[in-house]
Design a protein around this ligand. Structure first.
Ligand SMILES: [Zn+2]
Length: 240
């Protein structure tokens, strides 16, 4: 009777009570209840571990993003378009940043004194014009964007849109305009020797891996604004 009373009181069979009181059984039961959760958590942890192993050292996209942190596209840095109030016309079809006008004209005058006749071929170019140059020539020449970018900047990525870039030719050898052969002219030799005095610098030299050598393309770095514009380019000069 004593036994029956206990059973009624707890409403659990004796055998079951023995089973429940066994500490090992309680542990197993808890494990069984939580096993789906544990499996889920371990699965997530394993997947993340595998994912990290693949992503961290070998992900080429991440590597590329780190290398391109300066916003470069096909080797060209992004440049803002100069505000129109800072543009000045120095001769028909040649507009430049007001900061560089005097220095540029002085350089041409000094060259003339040495018997060298510099011709200004192209100064400021709007993003729209650069767009036409990049895409129209690209389609005519049947070139892919990366090939095209070796000789022309994509719109929004040209130094010409800043007003601080100038393409220069030799008045006595116009056939070398925009050609690598310009490097063999007296004008180029004079510029190599003297341009720095007027704060001009060759933008794309032979060491640049992405952009073809442009002996005719010079940029002005003689004002704080110009230095700010080209700071990123100069900082990464060694990685060019
Ligand atoms: Zn140029």
């Amino acid at each position: 009777m004593e036994l029956n009373k206990d059973i009624n009181q707890f409403d659990i069979p004796l055998a079951k009570r023995t089973y429940l009181n066994n500490p090992n059984s309680i542990l197993i039961k808890k494990l069984l209840i939580f096993s789906p959760f544990l499996f889920f958590i371990f699965s997530i942890a394993a997947l993340r571990l595998i994912g990290n192993m693949e992503l961290e050292p070998f992900n080429p996209l991440k590597f590329q993003v780190e290398r391109n942190h300066d916003g470069r596209i096909l080797g060209h840095l992004p440049y803002n378009e100069i505000p129109t109030e800072k543009l000045v016309l120095i001769e028909p079809n040649i507009e430049v940043h007001i900061d560089m006008r005097d220095s540029l004209l002085k350089m041409r005058e000094e060259a003339k004194k040495d018997g060298i006749y510099l011709v200004f071929l192209s100064g400021y170019r709007s993003v729209n014009l650069q767009n036409d140059i990049f895409y129209s020539l690209k389609s005519i020449r049947n070139q892919e964007a990366s090939e095209r970018a070796r000789v022309s900047a994509p719109p929004g990525y040209s130094e010409h849109s800043t007003g601080f870039a100038i393409d220069i030719g030799d008045a006595t050898q116009r056939e070398t305009d925009f050609e690598t052969e310009f490097e063999n002219t007296d004008a180029f030799r004079w510029l190599t020797k003297n341009a720095a005095k007027f704060h001009f610098k060759l933008s794309f030299n032979k060491a640049n891996k992405f952009i073809d050598y442009e002996p005719w393309h010079w940029r002005y770095e003689g004002s704080i604004e110009a230095l700010k514009v080209f700071e990123s380019s100069n900082r990464n000069y060694k990685s060019n």
